[in-house]
Design a protein around this ligand. Structure first.
Ligand SMILES: *Cc1c(COP(=O)(O)O)cnc(C)c1O
Ligand code: SF4
Length: 350
């Protein structure tokens, strides 16, 4: 066991890193020895990138797959038909302030309103957190306790691990005490962008839970993984959590077969299973990341041919008013849709 004093200094460490995140596009470019003539300075969705993530970017490469995820571009200002401010109609899913429910048995608890990194493709970039985010958790937790149909609570945000250990401990232990909640899931990009966030304090809280716990991280490219993420994942596993990854399919970042294959293998080497590969949400300002569905389907067929089945993520799209993420089906290239398996046709309802 580690003495309490050391826990305090560890937690101060990740907060310091967060506080010193790069907050300007200019600063980020200078840090990478790049010139900024094609870059925008969008004031509504500010630049925010922590140093450990910047350290994994290549110096002098404007096409670096990590840089492209966080660097504002002038092209974001274009208006493109079909790309809107509330692409997922999330406002309609707000139950109690701080609780979002769209799917049966699973509810999202919005623990924090900000993230440690601002991803340019994010579907939440226009979400009015101030009005619908977490004011108090008491009402939200009471709502979850009152609804016995909820079996799984997903801590979300923003990024829930932005909250400090005391707050996380309070929420997790209160959820753990609710009899009908079997599983607690945490969706966070913090183990990637600031692996120091996985403190001894957090690990102790997780290890003490009765509920099954799942941590879904968010890695889009193998270059985001290094020794520090590996160490964080190992500790999370030792605290009895199941580790899954979700990624977003992003043009020029991870839409090549080799890139997705590397990602799946690198994740598995670090003890994480690929879960979802999301089609981009049609959010205003993110159209330049969009990959056509037909290209995504070809990519999946290739991945399926090259990887063991358990390393192939499920390609999904989020469509408002659906009862879950919507699978995007694909078929191996030798076949056409008429000859695909009975299972797939049944799933598509034809
Ligand atoms: C994605 C999402 C979930 C989780 O869906 P799974 O398919 O179980 O991973 C739950 N609630 C909301 C609102 C979501 O957007
Ligand atoms: S919610 Fe996820 S994708 Fe969006 S900015 Fe935060 S970390 Fe990035």
């Amino acid at each position: 066991m580690i003495p309490a004093i050391q826990v305090a200094s560890e937690s101060a460490c990740w907060k310091q890193i967060l506080k010193h995140s790069q907050r300007s596009a200019q600063g980020l470019l200078e840090r990478l020895a790049l010139d900024g003539s094609s870059v925008d300075f969008d004031p509504t969705f500010a630049v925010r990138v922590p140093e450990p993530f910047i350290e994994r970017m290549r110096i002098g490469d404007l096409k670096d797959p990590l840089l492209l995820q966080v660097l504002p571009q002038l092209v974001e200002r274009d208006t493109v038909e079909g790309f809107t401010n509330d692409a997922l109609n999330e406002m309609a899913a707000v139950r109690t302030p701080g609780v979002l429910q769209k799917y049966h048995g699973r509810a999202l608890l919005m623990v924090a309103s900000t993230c440690a990194v601002n991803c340019r493709y994010c579907f939440r970039r226009h979400f009015p957190y101030q009005a619908h985010g977490p004011a108090t958790h008491t009402a939200a937790l009471q709502a979850l306790e009152a609804d016995t149909s909820i079996e799984e609570v997903i801590l979300s945000g923003g990024d829930p691990l932005i909250a400090d250990d005391a707050r996380i401990a309070d929420i997790l232990t209160r959820l753990d005490d609710i009899a009908h909640i079997k599983r607690i899931r945490i969706h966070s990009r913090l183990p990637i962008v600031i692996p120091q966030r996985i403190t001894e304090g957090l690990l102790n809280i997780l290890a003490g839970l009765q509920s099954q716990t799942v941590v879904v991280v968010h890695v889009n490219h193998a270059q985001e993984l290094d020794g520090s993420t590996h160490a964080a994942f190992k500790q999370l596993k030792q605290a009895n959590t199941t580790l899954l990854n979700q990624a977003v399919l992003l043009k020029h970042i991870n839409d090549a077969v080799a890139t997705q294959k590397d990602l799946a293998e690198a994740l598995f080497e670090q003890g994480v299973l690929p879960y979802y590969l999301h089609m981009l949400d049609q959010v205003a300002g993110a159209h330049h990341f969009d990959v056509a569905e037909i290209d995504a389907q070809k990519l999946m067929a290739e991945l399926h041919a090259q990887l063991p089945g358990y390393l192939v993520p499920r390609l999904v799209r989020e469509i408002p008013e659906q009862s879950g993420k919507t699978p995007v089906f694909w078929t191996t290239q030798q076949q056409d849709l008429n000859t695909q398996s009975c299972d797939a046709r049944w799933l598509r309802g034809v």
